[in-house]
Design a protein around this ligand. Sequence first.
Ligand SMILES: Cc1ncc(COP(=O)(O)O)c(C=O)c1O
Length: 363
Amino acid sequence: MTSRVHNFTGGPSTLPLPVLQRIQEEFLDFQGIGASIVEISHRTPQFEGVRAETEAMIKELMELPPNYKVLFAVGGGVMQMAMAPMNLIATRPARKAAFVHTGIFTGRAISEASKYGTAVVAASGEESGFTKIPAVDASMVDEDASYLHIALNNTVHGTQFRTMPQANGIPLVGDATSEILSRKIDVSPFGMIFAGFQKNLGVVGLSLVVVREDLLGHAVKETPKWMDCAILDETDSMPSTTNPFTIYVCNLVLHWLKEQGGVAAIEPINVQKAARLYGVIDKTDFYVGHAHPDSRSNMNVTFNMATPELEEKFVVEAEAQGLYSLKGHRELGGIRASIYNALPMEWVEALASFMEEFERRNG
Ligand SMILES: Cc1ncc(COP(=O)(O)O)c(C=O)c1O
């Protein structure tokens, strides 16, 4: 295992080592069938057991009230940006979706929603270069909006909502792709929370959709079967063949999270990991944090250095020391350390020490 790097990639991202080992151990013969999980029907009792248990663990770990449904949809976060308006924009006659615009992914969500109704921006962080989560109060949200969309954690910019906006009873739609199950969230203001699997839930292929049951049944008529939440609910998220491997890996990741003590135990570790890196950034002006301190993410730590050449040197030298994939998102540049649930404190410690040493040599 010595060849495994300390992997800080934005996603698909590192998985807990015991999960990878378990996949390897049982890959050729899943539960004594004599075939692997990717070679059996999604209708077998073995897979159905995995799917049902995964759904139950999500309910438990997210502490979902009974009126929320857990669905597994095809595609990733960007697919959900279409699925949310398809399912929810027609819950009210104005067919209007409001947004807190906090970066690249809310920009994509706005353009998707405008295909199915009217998309309005209630508040935007654009003026700050998306370095700040804008303040939102209920008076900024159109009263006839069907929902208010937010991205809880902005993977590219490294910003995160600390408190959820209030919208006078208008349900929130939350893109939690890059922070799901990393901290305790009160789901009650949300009509929908979605997350692609490939960061805190395992591997790419599907998205988790948590939806309030009274909002089901309003999908616009063009909605494909696989994107209609009411149909996913009626069919246990299997209107046709699903992706058993993605659900199976998620099941193992959730077992791992429960063994760590669940969200209550991982949240303070996530806070500590991020604080270690922000501590190095704040010590001098050698590293310049991208996000405003009030809006900093505990999942994606973004920062810059004096020149792009110095940043490039940082990435190359870090990689030579086994600190992998620290280059910032292609649209933002700089450096990004993605430190999701599965990334251990020791890796953060190794990165923080490298940052201190790099500064000594180049500061
Ligand atoms: C917050 C957020 N939303 C949406 C997406 C897009 O997800 P996907 O690439 O699975 O479509 C990402 C991907 O990183 C993301 O971080």
